[in-house]
Design a protein around this ligand. Structure first.
Ligand SMILES: [Zn+2]
Length: 113
């Protein structure tokens, strides 16, 4: 599964997949699950996790500045705070999209009754 089109719409990343389906993934959800070693930590051969101190993410951290396709298997996301070491493999992106919590329902004034 790979994306055929990526687009930032509001605070979501819209992904068109090559099976014709579409995902909308919130940018903050994506950023908090940045797969890079700096964000997720690194395991040594013994399985110990090394992780830097939790960084505080400001609003810029959740702005997607651009995305760069990498080697036909992933996309590199460049964030407003300059963070850009996260390579989101397509299957990871897909899993994130499927695991994302649904948006809070916007309040609709009324439904036809
Ligand atoms: Zn990261």
């Amino acid at each position: 599964m790979r994306p055929t089109d990526l687009q930032v719409i509001g605070d979501e990343l819209a992904v068109k997949w090559d099976d014709g389906s579409e995902s909308f993934v919130r940018l903050d959800w994506l950023r908090r699950r940045c797969p890079c070693a700096g964000c997720q930590g690194e395991r040594d051969v013994m399985g110990n996790l090394y992780k830097g101190p939790e960084r505080k993410l400001g609003p810029a951290a959740f702005q997607l500045v651009r995305f760069v396709p990498v080697g036909g298997y992933a996309v590199q996301l460049v964030w407003g705070d300059g963070h850009q070491t996260g390579l989101y493999a397509f299957d990871y992106l897909r899993r994130l999209a499927e695991a994302a919590p649904p948006d809070p329902q916007p309040q609709r004034p009324d439904k036809a009754t």
